[in-house]
Design a protein. Sequence first.
Length: 231
Amino acid sequence: MTSRTPDIEGRSKRLWHLDDGRCLIEMIPSLRSFTYDRDELVDGTAELRLDFFEYVSARLAERGVYTVFRERVGPASYLADYRPAPPFEVIVKNRATGSTIRKYPGLFAEGQVLDRPVVKFDYRVDPEDQPIGEDYLRLLGVDVEHHRQVALDCNAALRDLLAPLDLWDFCLVIAPDDRHGLVVNSEISPDCMRLKSADGRPYDKDMFRQGAGREDILARWAELIAMVSGG
């Protein structure tokens, strides 16, 4: 399958359509930060991202939150249900950080715990995703409240699974599904979240944002997967 040109190729993955409504996805070991102007291939990160996604997909399904992941078929590749991705993503924030601080200066302190999780929607566009008003999405027929509830359910489940680490924020792409209504159509991994220890050590892409090298990133992410899975 991978001998032919991918049907879809992005910065972080390649996708080939299969005849049964599924697809083959191959992870690309890319890490990117628009804010810190870093965009690199970091060998070994694709396998660790998939380790994490494979494990949490099974645990989330036990709690009624479903992803498109079906079966791992290689070190950095897996089979998934093909669900066309919408042009927006859903972000859940448990602490004020990242774009919250940059776009709304003075409203919150960096790292401030939010009284309740904040759910926001971003339009996916290069070079940087942009916030989109929920009424625009409603005009496009998007069930905003259902998307919000799936994101919050995922947040609650992940916070339980990842404790005692602190999940600051994460992003999802959510897509319609005939069986489950809505499913998570994007990977869930250290590449798409901020996750900290009690003393503030990052277990996420903040390591890359802050200039950590390959070996340090691989070691920390491997430690994370062992902590989460009990392996």
